[in-house]
Write a protein that binds this ligand. Structure first.
Ligand code: DGJ
Length: 738
């Protein structure tokens, strides 16, 4: 098929083919309309220009009648003018006009990484990925559009759009949606839902015709947002099936959707969810959408590995060993007492903690959760000599000091609210209903932004604070920006990003943890400026097994805060032995959230062993590839981490409930080098299966320090007999290449 018309000289004259890490992306920017994705999925290998044209011909749909004449081929930003009658790419208007666009591409440039300079774009350097920038305009609507589409070195596709108003009057932007097509073999969908204490629960549905729209209007990333929306072949699992998944990298309102039409088009899409009238572009102004990320893989583990590798390639990705952290929240809550906290710091240091984080309650009138937010001055009442006596003690013990803040929030009972009641986000004169007794501080107001920046800057300057736990504890409800009366979630989200960016600029070494009533703000845009996410306020190890598994579908372990709590979980009342709690926290950025001054000497000694193991393994855990077996027994999970070079691995075998099987039968160890031989044995201190049959006289033959020596391919196919475990227990296996 020839191009529909001769392209302007700055337009590629043939489809663009990018390849990276086993993924292929073929874009068709020819013919002057917005680019369409001819292929996103498995690497197609090198293709000559004539083959790319034939691919375009082979993928061109047959025109059908009764809707529009001509084939329906939605672009990455789909338009009605191209015959697409599904979810539109750009929704907006200029005083009721220009509601539909027909963008014409003016320029498309392809940049490939330096490793392959001068390589023709049709082959894009083999396997280095690249970036495509497309400039388009709609003269009649007086709009410009810039699309950036990248294939990263890890094989992730990411794209975003900027709309510029070139007209003489305001243009209202209601939505900008970007899409990626998936093939019809993707018949099942997986996405996530959740709530406080139970984040990121998976849910599966059939990918039927119509629209599955996951919307989040909570003003933060949200528990009940898609997180990841994956489409895959029937029965796709952790290690099997083909999977295409998108993530919307945005910490405010957003939507993520899967749409399938009777035109045989299936696509995944996403964008910011803009409230009515929220974005109106004055002449010359622009709106930029969130980044949309797409990951293709054979099985979910491969989808995850692309995200993990990309996050690890960020310039600010933590390169120092992740310090074992003690957080004071579940140890003392609001009871801030210097002597008590010094004793806690002593106990933390004694078990090997390297960072001590003082949680909520240190400032203003904040003796409980009803008051004080916004008054970011150290409380004279509980800290008469400031935080110095505690920070000196903590740093004197060789630990880093971290501090909790919640900069975007304000209590009506605070000096700040009394001085500036109009800084509270609201609709007109009506305040939103309080949540956890608090309101939202409008950071899009320059004076409120300046106040918070000054307060945090001063604290970071005055004290040796190397870490901020940045919390955000309510949804944004009726969150208006009072100076204009418009909805303010978009502006608030951007202001928070600016605030974090500026603080990081002023205090380059400071790390930030993203917390939002537990794990309510976990997304790839907040992670552009943070170093850890608080996975959940629920540190019940059983719940954590599931929450951490699914947080890990997007986020690598070193960015996931995982803490050992007290023996009775504060949020569920369940009791678990320390090995189950610590063996669960091992797979993450390990921490402790437990009043160690009240722990038994036996538990403290055992905790010390787990801390030591985490320190021994964190190099592997925090750089290796996460693997999750597809084990048929719902009561048994096997997950682990394999070193990038295949030299070693550690696995956890977890009994999440009682099993129908007794003994449980073999488990497979995925991810090892198939040809290498591994020494596999139990790993202490997680080597004592409480429920092992040897308690009744029978012994699992290979469960000895000698273990077994077998090739990776055998371990991943024949597997190993799993020990009998009590429910809610785990054991660790270590594999070392011999
Ligand atoms: C909610 C967080 O998720 C908790 O970890 C703790 O920091 C509290 N806020 C403090 O108010």
């Amino acid at each position: 098929m020839a191009p529909r018309s001769a392209p302007p000289p700055s337009l590629p004259s043939e489809p663009i083919h990018l390849r990276a890490a086993g993924v292929g992306l073929v874009l068709d920017p020819t013919g002057g309309t917005l680019p369409r994705v001819l292929h996103w999925g498995a690497d197609l290998g090198p293709l000559a220009p004539e083959e790319l044209w034939d691919l375009r011909l082979a993928r061109a749909p047959q025109p059908i009648g009764f809707s529009v004449d001509g084939p329906v081929e939605p672009a990455v930003l789909p338009e009605q003018s191209a015959g697409w009658l599904g979810t539109p790419g750009l929704v907006g208007n200029r005083g009721g006009r220009d509601f539909s666009t027909a963008f014409a591409v003016r320029e498309a440039t392809v940049t490939v990484p330096e490793a392959s300079p001068g390589t023709p774009h049709h082959s894009a350097g083999g396997e280095a990925g690249g970036r495509v920038t497309v400039l388009a305009h709609d003269q009649e609507a007086a709009l410009e559009l810039e699309l950036t589409i990248e294939l990263t070195a890890s094989g992730l596709v990411r794209q975003r759009a900027t709309v510029v108003n070139r007209g003489p009057s305001p243009f209202a932007v209601d939505a900008v949606h970007l899409t990626l097509p998936v093939p019809s073999v993707a018949t099942e969908l997986l996405d996530f839902t959740g709530h406080h204490l139970r984040e990121r629960g998976p849910q599966r549905t059939a990918f039927t015709q119509g629209l599955r729209m996951r919307e989040n209007r909570t003003g933060r990333t949200g528990y009940d947002s898609a997180y990841l929306l994956a489409a895959g072949t029937e029965g796709f699992g952790n290690r099997s099936g083909e999977v295409w998944a998108v993530h919307t990298a945005w910490s405010g309102n957003h939507r993520t959707f899967a749409e399938r039409t009777f035109h045989s088009v299936s696509l995944l899409g996403s964008g910011e969810l803009l409230l009515s009238g929220e974005v109106e572009l004055a002449p010359g102004e622009s709106y930029t959408s969130p980044w949309q990320y797409g990951s293709y893989g054979r099985g979910l583990d491969e989808v995850s590995a692309r995200f993990h590798r990309w996050l690890r390639s960020r310039p600010h990705h933590p390169s120092s060993p992740r310090p074992v952290t003690l957080n004071t929240w579940e140890a003392v809550y609001f009871d801030h007492d210097l002597e008590r906290l010094r004793a806690l710091a002593d106990a933390a240091a004694a078990v090997g903690a390297e960072r001590f984080v003082l949680d909520d309650g240190w400032f203003g009138s904040r003796r409980d959760d009803r008051r004080g937010l916004g008054d970011w001055y150290v409380s004279h009442e509980v800290w008469p000599d400031g935080l110095g006596p505690l920070t000196d003690h903590v740093t004197g013990l060789g630990m880093q000091f971290g501090l909790w803040v919640e900069p975007e929030m304000i209590n009506e009972d605070s000096d700040l609210a009394r001085a500036h009641p109009d800084w509270i986000m609201a609709t007109g004169g009506r305040l939103p209903g309080a949540a956890r007794h608090q309101q939202v501080l409008d950071l899009a107001r320059p004076e409120a932004f300046a106040y918070i920046l000054e307060r945090l800057d001063e604290l970071l300057t005055a004290y040796p604070i190397s870490y901020l736990k940045w919390d955000h504890n309510r949804d944004l409800v009726e969150a208006g920006h009072r100076p204009t009366g418009r909805a303010g979630v978009h502006g608030q989200t951007l202001a928070v990003y600016r605030l974090m960016d500026e603080l990081r600029r002023r205090h380059p070494g400071v790390e930030i943890e993203s917390c939002s009533s537990g794990g309510g703000r976990v997304d790839l845009e907040i992670l552009q400026r943070t170093d850890r996410v608080w996975v959940s306020d629920c540190i019940d190890a059983l719940e954590r097994q599931r929450i951490q598994r699914w947080t890990n579908v997007l986020i690598p372990l070193e960015l996931m805060g995982t803490h050992v709590g007290s023996d009775t979980a504060h949020t569920t009342g369940r009791r678990h032995p320390i090995d189950f709690r610590a063996g669960t926290a091992l797979f993450g950025h390990f921490g402790i959230e437990w009043d160690l001054t009240a722990a038994s000497p036996k538990d403290l000694a055992r905790l010390g062993e787990w801390v030591a193991l985490h320190k021994e393994l964190r190099g592997l855990l925090h750089t290796g590839t996460a693997v999750h077996a597809d084990h048929p027994d719902p009561a048994c999970r096997l997950h682990g981490v394999v070193a990038e070079d295949g030299s070693e691995a550690v696995y956890a075998l977890v009994a999440t409930a009682s099993s129908e099987l007794y003994p449980p039968g073999p488990v497979r160890l995925p991810g090892l080098d198939p040809e290498a031989v591994y020494h596999v044995r139990p790993q202490a201190p997680g080597d004592l299966p409480d429920g092992n049959a040897h308690h009744w006289g029978a012994h699992l033959p290979w469960w000895t320090p000698e273990g077994v020596r077998l090739p990776g391919r055998v371990l991943d196919s024949a597997g190993l007999q799993a020990p009998v475990l009590y429910p809610e227990r785990l054991v660790l296996l270590r594999a070392t290449r011999v």
